[in-house]
Ligand binder design. Structure first.
Ligand SMILES: [Zn+2]
Length: 168
């Protein structure tokens, strides 16, 4: 029986082992246009104070709210890059932010969705613009506001708008 998935993953993508990233990766099987839908994540919404121990992957979707993945599935295998080719559409959608070519790995920048320090790590993504360390405060970097304009998770866009308004 095929596994039951809780998320939508575009048929243009395929999950494959990605030893260089220490796990799996999601790769384009064909060319993908800018703004094409790649993933709609599904799962269980949990509040910050009720985070289970030993949880599977989590995605922050609003202030104090996280999406807990129920089972490992292809949509879980989007790795971080400091020079990504995908970004957010709403709280749980992932779209291409530029043309993606066949064979390319789908990546996002956790700065687009992480607003708290629940998943910080030293980054070795290899991008020329690699920040070296990925933290829950990276959404505050003004250079990223311009680069990812329109592709931040909505709750982070609200925070960014408030920061911009306060700087006037
Ligand atoms: Zn990096």
């Amino acid at each position: 029986m095929p596994a039951e998935f809780f998320s939508y993953t575009s048929p243009s993508l395929e999950a494959r082992p990605h030893p260089a990233k220490g796990g799996m990766g999601l790769f384009a099987l064909q060319q993908i246009a800018k703004d094409e839908l790649l993933i709609l994540w599904g799962g269980k919404v949990v509040m910050l104070d009720k985070l289970p121990e030993n949880h599977e992957k989590l995605l922050q979707i609003d202030e104090g709210l996280y999406l807990l993945t129920i089972t490992p599935e292809p949509a879980d295998y989007v790795n971080h890059s400091c020079d990504p080719n995908a970004g957010f559409l709403g709280q749980v959608g992932l779209v291409a932010i530029r043309t993606v070519h066949p064979g390319e790995e789908i990546t996002m920048d956790y700065a687009m969705c992480d607003g708290s320090p629940y998943d910080e790590f030293d980054c070795a993504c290899g991008a020329a613009a690699c920040r070296g360390r990925v933290t829950g405060d990276d959404w505050r970097i003004p250079e990223l506001w311009a680069r990812y304009a329109g592709y931040f998770s909505p709750y982070l866009q609200r925070r960014i708008n408030a920061l911009k308004a306060n700087n006037h």
